[in-house]
Design a protein around this ligand. Sequence first.
Ligand code: GLY
Length: 361
Amino acid sequence: MPHRPTRRDVLAAGASLALASQADGFPSILIRRGQKPIVIASANGNTFKNGGPRTCVEEAFQRMTSGQDVLESLIAGVNIVELDPKETSVGFGGVPNAEGVVQLDSCCMHGPKHWAGGVGALEGVRTPSSVAYKVASETDHHLLVGKGAQDFARDMGFTIEPDLNTESSRRIWLEWKRRADPDHYLNPANRGGGDPALLSMIKDGILDPIHAWGTINCDGINEKGEICGVTTTSGLAFKIPGRVGDSPILGAGLYVDGSIGAVGSTGRGEANLYGCLSFLIVEELRRGAHPKDAGLAAMRRMKQNTVEKRLLDEKGIPNFGMQYYILDAQGRHAAISTSRGQFAVCDESGPHFEDCVFAWG
Ligand code: GLY
């Protein structure tokens, strides 16, 4: 059903608005002018600079407010994180899969243009978000995976490298291999454990817990109210080769509705996929929920869907990390997290961190 803004919606937006009419006479698209531009991202969006002058959110904000397309600006921002070898959860130097191969997932979505593109299990390209953008802009498809995605990237002029590991990601993988493999697959008899090697490496301070499922999501809105989003990741550390997480899947790792908002996630992809929770959040926004309340609704759904004992702590709370980054068409924003963390924001006051809303508070 088309979104039909009421007079109240229009006044609440507090901006100069133009309503594009549909044939039935009802306005279906809300075009905002004079919107305060803003970019939000996971915390790594204001941490890594890849040796350059700006973080992801700064770069995206600067480009977007200089008139560059919002999605292109966001991708230029996340490229910084993808290329930074110190960020071991995204792009080049991301922690590899169980065979030591870095496989990357990404997706992007353009609100005003109503198109999207994704890549899954892509090997050999440092910036999967840029390949996802090419899938969106150069093809009629949404999702390319594996060798097909790599062949496509080559055809589009991307350099294909034999190995995207860095010294750091390889060292982490070698340590995992040394501790691990028999427990990597669950015992069907009791489905116990999970990955004790990975958990013990987190406990011993070898692997940052954020980087176990680390990802970057980045969303922005410009002064014309155009909203876009991008998510990019090396996925779950030590995953079974070929595993694709939530990041490249529309409605899970990312969802954008140009007249409603943009939502992306980081964290345990499987838990997000089971509920298509970015889509759920956008639908909550559509019903008028504040980003914070929309995100909390998704966390409640995720908790309801999490019933296996191995995934719960002693209080029955999911024992893994999950975060949602939410930006609505009025520029209101929030991040909801299963831990007490922060997220990145850049607006006219410059780049900064804001506190995530704690999901179980
Ligand atoms: N959210 C990233 C992943 O699960 O792959």
